[in-house]
Design a protein around this ligand. Structure first.
Ligand code: PEP
Ligand code: MG
Length: 292
């Protein structure tokens, strides 16, 4: 079985009827890159940037972040690298943020909510990402979006960052900006959000948590945490439809993307990209190539 999978390296992710889909990898650290290359990922569909913040006892500098993003972009040698901006808060805490304890951290002060109230932190990260964009094929995506207004505000911050780079004569590319669709609000508003961004990436872990009102961390609720719920699958279908109607691409980067019992269904919906743990790439490629 393992040898068989090895023969799939370098092969396309194409069904028997010719439908193609992109297979990218999720990473949470530089150390994950080896597996990404080994398993022939087409790119990085979700680079969780939190580790940069969690492994330190003070804010990572622009220079530190730039050097990591650049290294990832260069290692991927022109293949897409989608960097997700800071998704700290809730379960992922760093003391130096001085976040107050919360009753409902999953529904609390986290991710883009921190970035839009602490624009200094946000701008430092965006500046590092834009600077690194000259060294490969980088895109940026924003987590925990719930409104069109948030996206407009984010795009203004990105414009400010670009203007500052221009003023400093620092080169950058006009990279794609996308959002994670991982709240029911974003799913329901996906027709309007699709007009504002270049792509969607569906975060099924949080989308399941918020749609079913089930804390994804609470192991007592495992039997109720069901990403196969028709409520979740209907939202995914709606998001894909709205993305395509607006002419943007849409991927899935939550754990459900690697669920091989759903690969065929995702293909039928027309999902453009699946971003999964590196070890799942070749097994999913096999399934895709066996699908009619
Ligand atoms: C998700 O919510 O599905 C996701 C990919 O993001 P995270 O698991 O980091 O919250
Ligand atoms: Mg999430």
């Amino acid at each position: 079985q393992k040898e068989l999978l090895q023969t799939l390296k370098g092969k396309e992710n194409v069904t028997l009827s010719g439908q193609k889909i992109k297979l990218y990898a999720n990473i949470g650290n530089i150390a994950d890159l080896a597996a990404v290359l080994q398993n022939d990922a087409g790119g990085i569909g979700l680079f969780r940037s939190e580790f940069l913040y969690l492994e330190k006892d003070t804010f990572p500098t622009e220079e530190e972040q730039f050097s990591v993003y650049r290294q990832v972009a260069e290692t991927m040698a022109g293949k897409p690298v989608i960097i997700r901006t800071l998704d700290i808060g809730a379960d992922k805490q760093a003391d130096y943020f001085h976040l107050e304890p919360e009753e409902n951290p999953a529904m609390g002060y986290r991710a883009i909510r921190i970035c839009l109230t602490r624009k200094d932190i946000f701008k430092t990260q965006l500046r590092a990402i834009y600077r690194a964009s000259s060294y490969g094929s980088i895109a940026v995506m924003y987590p925990m979006i719930t409104s069109v207004q948030e996206v407009k505000e984010i795009k203004e911050v990105a414009e400010e960052v670009k203007a500052e780079l221009d003023a400093d004569h620092i080169p950058y590319k006009n990279i794609e900006q996308g959002i994670m669709v991982e709240t029911p609000a974003a799913a329901v508003l996906s027709d309007l959000l699709a007009e504002e961004v270049d792509f969607f990436s569906i975060g099924t872990n949080d989308l399941t948590q918020y749609t079913l009102a089930i804390d994804r961390q609470n192991t007592n609720l495992d039997k109720f945490y069901d990403p196969h719920s028709p409520a979740v699958l209907r939202l995914i279908e709606l998001i894909v439809k709205n993305a395509h109607q607006a002419g943007i691409w849409v991927g899935i980067c939550g754990e459900l993307g690697a669920d091989m019992t759903l690969t065929k269904q995702f293909l039928q919906m027309g999902v453009d990209e699946l971003s999964v743990a590196a070890g799942c790439i070749l097994p999913i490629r096999k399934i895709i190539r066996e699908t009619k």
